[in-house]
Design a protein around this ligand. Sequence first.
Ligand SMILES: Nc1ncnc2c1ncn2[C@@H]1O[C@H](COP(=O)(O)OP(=O)(O)O)[C@@H](O)[C@H]1O
Ligand SMILES: [Mg+2]
Length: 214
Amino acid sequence: MAKGKVITIAQQKGGSGKTTLAVNLGVMLARKGATVAFLDTDPQGSLGRWFMTRHEAGRAEGMEFSTASAWGVGYEVGKLRDMADFVIIDTPPKADSDLRPALRVADLVVVPVATSHVDLWATDGVLDLARREGREVLVVLNRARPGTRLGAEIAQAAQALEAHLAETQVANRVAYAETLGQGFGGIEGARSPAIRIELDALLTEVEAQLAQAD
Ligand SMILES: Nc1ncnc2c1ncn2[C@@H]1O[C@H](COP(=O)(O)OP(=O)(O)O)[C@@H](O)[C@H]1O
Ligand SMILES: [Mg+2]
């Protein structure tokens, strides 16, 4: 079996949507028939809570979950890549040397930026580290507020980041927060097609970036 692709979600700022993107990318990939291994390196363990909730609901087929300390990432990913088509690594809100092992193993680093200046300011650290590791990066605007001045300002400023900016923005939707707590992805709880459209578009961009990293 070919080795699985590794996607690391990283951003120094807490609450930017790392776990949300980890979960939603994983669910979208699994819906396409891929096997997905989640690796939680954040001691807060939100991804683990999400996975266990999902597992208890009998919805974790084709998915695996494990945890690793910062320095155990390489070893754990080595095993997971043999088992799953995709390994998705969630990380703590840090951009220091502890993050390096999770960046080093990544085929693609996804960096969520919530719609605020503070989030944007926090982004340089992780971009810098990813660059030093020679990793492919995709910045994703999360909790986007289309039609607001703040939304437009952040989108504009994000263009100036030295990294690939996803065209797709993930909007601020209660459904993301709700489904996260239920062990689901946004698409599994959505009543509106908008959520499906944005997650499909995001996945297409992620897949394109992964193909480039090949
Ligand atoms: N696009 C979104 N729309 C609405 N709520 C969101 C969105 N993204 C994240 N959240 C909420 O914001 C909080 C922080 O998100 P989370 O993914 O846990 O961030 P991180 O893992 O970076 O700390 C959670 O309560 C989550 O449900
Ligand atoms: Mg998190």
